[in-house]
Design a protein around this ligand. Structure first.
Ligand code: FAD
Length: 292
């Protein structure tokens, strides 16, 4: 199916994009087109004007800013996946992106488009929930910066006012908070086939002290009903070295926390896989924390 007719409005600056959003009533921004175009083709979206921000190269960057890594809204998935500061200091994000779809999608899809879309089966959400980066958006009245966990309201819904555009995010670097400690992270995805959307996506960050005891854990489960921060599971592993069945208890806490949309055996399967992949994620993040 083809999209319904639209007028293409290419813009060369953020200001032009904001003016165009105000000028054209029935309009939508387009960045990589990897979510919007399929929606247009199936007529779930039929904007009259497409404001094309794909050429805003000043928003296409990944930059080390000291304690954090700043990502411009037009950075493509592959730009982020390979960027040194991400690989070195926010590794789970690079690991997550490597599991999104395939090369064409990863070369086109942008950071801003992905978080604006907030697709509950997307891979970014659990990673961003555990990182909680600051998101910067710009409107004609100026800029706002919001922590991701406030910016993200729920499936397909973010705190973006009409006429606003996401410009960047500031991802905290994962560095140990004590000198002889360590920090490890991972993203584990379970999908039917490689490159498919996740049936379960789990992001984990684990921090240990000099005695290998977990001092802080963050765990988020995506693609199983609403995005879930597994706080009980986090508390279960904190203060331990994962000995004596702690991992089994954490997996059980995750199974209790998730709320699959599906009923019956499909829901039970997703619940079971959420526990299983959360266990694997905690173990990997812990082992990585011990390594650094
Ligand atoms: C075949 C296929 C498989 C895929 N598989 C996966 C997968 O396994 N995992 C996964 O996570 N994702 C997957 N995706 C989605 C992909 O990651 C998209 O890149 C992403 O969801 C949207 O990014 P985009 O730049 O293409 O956004 P677009 O499609 O251009 O835009 C999406 C929405 O965001 C808005 N928008 C765009 N940029 C901004 C901005 N800067 N500020 C405010 N609003 C903005 C647009 O108006 C639109 O409403 C898949 C996509 C396809 C086509």
């Amino acid at each position: 199916m083809y999209p319904s007719q639209f007028t293409h409005v290419p813009v060369e600056s953020v200001e032009e994009a904001l003016d165009a959003l105000q000028e054209y009533d029935d309009s939508e921004l387009i960045a990589g087109g990897q979510s919007l175009v399929p929606l247009q083709k199936t007529r779930f979206a039929s904007p009259e004007y497409l404001i094309d921000i794909s050429g805003l190269d000043n928003l296409r960057y990944v930059e080390d800013t000291g304690n954090s890594v700043e990502v411009g809204a037009l950075a493509r998935h592959t730009d982020i996946e390979r960027a040194d500061p991400i690989v070195e200091s926010v590794y789970l994000f690079s690991e997550c992106i490597g599991q999104i779809a395939d090369w064409p999608v990863r070369n086109q899809g942008s950071f801003g488009g992905t978080i604006a879309e907030a697709d509950p089966s997307g891979d970014y959400l659990p990673v961003l929930q555990v990182l909680n980066p600051d998101i910067t958006v710009q409107g004609l009245d100026g800029e706002r910066t919001i922590p991701f966990n406030e910016f993200y309201i729920g499936m397909f819904t973010v705190d973006l006012e009409e006429g606003e555009l996401i410009t960047s995010a500031s991802l905290p670097k994962l560095t140990p908070s004590v000198e002889d400690g360590g920090i490890g992270s991972t993203y584990k995805k379970h999908a039917e086939r490689s490159g498919d959307y996740a049936l379960v996506g789990v992001a984990a960050i684990v921090e240990v002290d000099g005695d290998d005891v977990i001092t802080n854990a963050r765990l988020s489960i995506g693609s199983v009903g609403p995005l879930t921060q597994a706080t009980e599971a986090e508390k279960t592993v904190e203060g331990t070295t994962l000995e004596n069945g702690v991992l089994d208890q954490a997996e059980a806490a995750v199974r209790d926390a998730v709320l699959p949309d599906e009923g019956g055996s499909e829901g039970e399967y997703k619940e079971a896989m959420a526990g299983e992949f959360a266990g694997r994620a905690i173990k990997t993040a812990y082992e990585r924390a011990l390594d650094n």
